[in-house]
Structures are given as structure tokens and as C-alpha cells.
Design a protein around this ligand. Structure first.
Ligand SMILES: [Ca+2]
Ligand SMILES: [Ca+2]
Length: 328
């Protein structure tokens, strides 16, 4: 049960961060036991790849900013900010890397013509990890001191087959993960879809002041929330979960779609890449040993992406109930 509470915090944290933040990249990782203690909104989200673009700052962008500053009536009136604006310009001119974002594993350097460019970070320049909980396990089954070390290493392998195949597998040092047997694999989606429904109900209950859900989403969850037949959150047997899914099937359709939408962000294209799945997978694998096998078999056509149809099917949602509009 604890596992699912942790999992709930994780995803709920993601739900909070994903739609609002421009750069929801958090480098830190959290030891599983500590996760429960972490406040809801502070739960870190592990992104395998950056969201920020690597493109250099266009002159145009800088000019736009200047216009904005100049257009501020307060500044125009006082006229005292001209000097300050020049200072800002100087800083940008002196250090083109200041506003140049590089993806994880890369750092900004200036070339001969003073243009910023992203180069692979030397892993030895990564901050020392403070504890085992910062370690991550790669799909090469190697433990890396931190996600910084992992991404720096991955960058150094860019362009190679090895680098292409290397992903952050899970949070924490590599460990023995017991094989997932068929019966356990069947239970996994049953527990997960029940949990997804409970996450949404919890978000709905907490949503009075915040805007964790859109108005449309709230209406959908409200129907579930107010349904008296709803199975309350708890540590249920598989028989009960299976029975409830059969009886209250409609309550599960939206939560399954909603989770897909939370993950399908970079880009929003109806497919989940390994990277997009990472915020869900990485914290879960050390606690739920069927995670890897579940998501592998979810990709039914084996193209390395989980399409919405594949995702819905994994959770027992019927083909005719898959609806792209529910994802948004
Ligand atoms: Ca996508
Ligand atoms: Ca697929």
C-alpha cells in the first residue's frame, strides 16, 4: 500500500508541476522512504531529457526584451533605468551563455566568435552526490553517482548506438529486481488504474484554491467523485478491483486518459517516448518490479513508443472508448 501512496505523491506532484512550469526539470532525486515526507508540491520530477530548447538566443529575442523594458511607463517616466538597461546589455554581450540553455548533460561554452554553444559536460564537474539516494541506475545496469553524471556520460556517447540505447532506468543504485511473473503482471494495471482514479479524486478534493485540473477535467472527476457506487481508496483484493472495474468501468476511462495526457508533453503527439514515460517509470521501478515488463508489453507494436490506443488497451479500456479529446 505504501508503494502506491508514494506513487500517488509522485504523480500528483507531476500533475502540479507539468502544466504550469516552463522548465519543470528537477535534477534532484529522492530516496523512496523520504518521498512520503516530501510535501506534495515539492516532489521532484525526473525528466530524462530537457524541455528547454538548445537554440541560441536570437537577436530578435533580446530586442523584444528591450522594447518591453522601454515600454514600461514607470521606467519611461523616471528615465533612470537607461543605465540599468545598458548594464544588462553589457552582461549579455560579455557572457553569451547567460541566457543560453543547454539540455541535461551539456554545458554552455563560447566559441571563437563569442557565440554560445552547448558541449558535453565533463562528468567530473558534476556536484558530488550526497548520498545513495542521488544515485541513478542506467539501462546499461550501471549505477551513476547522480543524474548529472548519467546525462554527462550519455552525452559523451552521443551519435553512437550505445548512447542511443542508454536511458535513465530508475532512481537509486542498480539493484536486483525480481522477475515479474505473469500473475503479477496481470495485477499491475488493476492496481494502477484504481490508483489513477484515486489520484484524480484527491486532486479534485484539493482543487478549491489551486488549478490542478481544468474546468472540463473537474466536471469529469466530479461525476466520479459524487458517484455513490465508487470504490473508496484502500488496500483492496484483486478480486474486488476486478469486480469494481467490471461494475464501474466508466469511472476508469477518464483517469487512464488523463494520465496519458500528463505524460505526453514533449511533444504532445499521442505517443509516449521513453523520456516522456520516465517521470512515471523511474521512481516506480525500484518499488514495483513489474513496471518495466508492463510498459514493455504495453508497446504492443514494439516501435518504442506507447500510443494512446496501446496505453488504453493496457489498462483494459475498450477500443471504442479511446478518445483523444479526453487527453487534453
Ligand atoms: Ca509525446
Ligand atoms: Ca507502440
Amino acid at each position: 500500500m505504501r508503494v502506491w501512496i508514494v506513487f500517488l505523491l509522485c504523480l500528483a506532484g507531476h500533475a502540479l508541476a507539468a502544466p504550469t512550469e516552463e522548465e519543470p526539470i528537477v535534477e534532484e532525486v529522492v530516496v523512496e522512504d523520504a518521498v512520503v515526507e516530501v510535501p506534495f508540491e515539492e516532489y521532484p520530477i525526473v525528466e530524462e531529457e530537457p524541455i528547454v530548447e538548445e537554440e541560441p538566443i536570437e537577436e530578435e529575442t533580446i530586442q523584444e526584451e528591450e522594447v518591453e523594458v522601454g515600454a514600461n511607463p514607470v521606467q519611461v517616466e523616471t528615465g533612470e533605468f537607461d543605465e540599468a538597461i545598458e548594464v544588462v546589455e553589457d552582461v549579455i554581450a560579455e557572457n553569451p551563455c547567460l541566457n543560453h540553455h543547454c539540455k541535461k548533460g551539456k554545458v554552455c561554452e563560447v566559441d571563437e566568435s563569442n557565440s554560445p554553444m552547448c558541449v558535453c559536460q565533463d562528468p567530473s564537474t558534476c556536484p558530488d552526490s550526497v548520498g545513495e539516494f542521488e544515485h541513478v541506475c542506467g539501462t546499461d545496469n550501471k549505477t551513476y553517482d547522480s543524474s548529472c553524471h548519467f546525462f554527462a556520460t550519455k552525452c559523451s556517447l552521443e551519435g553512437t548506438k550505445k548512447g542511443h540505447k542508454l536511458h535513465l532506468d530508475y532512481i537509486g543504485p542498480c539493484k536486483f529486481i525480481a522477475p515479474c511473473v505473469d500473475s503479477e503482471l496481470t495485477e499491475f494495471p488493476m492496481r494502477m488504474r484504481d490508483w489513477l482514479k484515486n489520484v484524480l479524486v484527491t486532486l479534485f478534493e484539493r482543487d478549491e484554491d489551486n488549478n490542478l485540473l481544468t474546468e472540463k477535467q473537474k466536471l469529469r472527476v466530479k461525476k466520479i467523485y459524487e458517484n455513490e457506487k465508487r470504490l473508496q481508496a484502500g488496500d483492496h483484493t484483486m478480486d474486488l478491483l476486478a469486480h469494481d472495474f467490471e461494475k464501474n468501468y466508466n469511472m476508469y476511462i477518464f483517469p487512464v486518459h488523463w494520465q496519458f495526457g500528463q505524460l505526453d508533453q514533449h511533444p504532445i503527439d499521442g505517443y509516449l517516448s521513453h523520456t516522456e514515460l520516465s517521470p512515471l517509470r523511474a521512481p516506480l521501478i525500484p518499488m514495483e518490479h513489474c513496471t518495466t515488463r508492463f510498459f514493455e508489453q504495453c508497446d504492443a507494436d514494439n516501435d518504442k513508443y506507447i500510443a494512446l490506443e496501446e496505453w488504453a488497451n493496457c489498462f483494459g479500456i475498450k477500443e471504442q472508448d479511446v478518445d483523444k479529446d479526453l487527453v487534453i
